[in-house]
Design a protein around this ligand. Structure first.
Ligand code: FES
Length: 155
């Protein structure tokens, strides 16, 4: 488990990677999110202080892009595509099944922190609809019945 000191050092390292370039703020936030699976308040404050960028500006960026999360996420992010092609092919059924099986609502994380369930708009592979992305892996032509087996592949 990471300590507060380790986390702070990680943020510092990430800023250093971009030479503290203020125009690289999105990339910095992406790296921080990759490290922590979300954007912790302390990390954003640390970025603000170290880069001398107002915290409000950082929050503006963090809340503008849907890809950023200010809430802790589970080890595996499940993104169900709700774009037009996936919607037509029954994406809502996938979401219903996931909510039922994982006992949560869209936007929530399981108690064991294993999964976070979110809805996204078009994953860019509409011909494979309906699609879900789990921990970065695309699951094409997904059916409700395949979900329990697919989830066993994630720890
Ligand atoms: S609408 Fe789902 S991948 Fe494009």
């Amino acid at each position: 488990m990471k300590t507060a000191k380790t986390k702070k050092k990680s943020v510092k390292d990430i800023i250093k990677k971009y030479d503290g370039d203020k125009t690289a703020m999105i990339a910095i936030l992406q790296d921080v999110q990759e490290e922590f699976r979300y954007l912790p308040k302390e990390a954003l404050s640390s970025i603000s202080k170290q880069m001398e960028v107002p915290l409000t500006r950082i929050y503006e960026i963090a809340t503008f892009y849907n890809a950023f999360s200010l809430k802790p996420r589970g080890r595996n992010l499940i993104e169900v595509c709700a774009g037009t092609a996936c919607h037509v092919q029954g994406a809502a059924n996938l979401m219903d099944r996931l909510e039922r099986d994982l006992k949560l609502s869209c936007g929530e994380t399981t108690k064991d922190k294993k999964f976070t369930l979110e809805e996204v708009r078009c994953l860019g592979c509409c011909s494979l609809a309906p699609v879900a992305r789990i921990s970065g892996n695309i699951h094409p032509n997904l059916t409700q019945d395949q979900i329990p087996k697919v989830l066993t592949n994630y720890k």
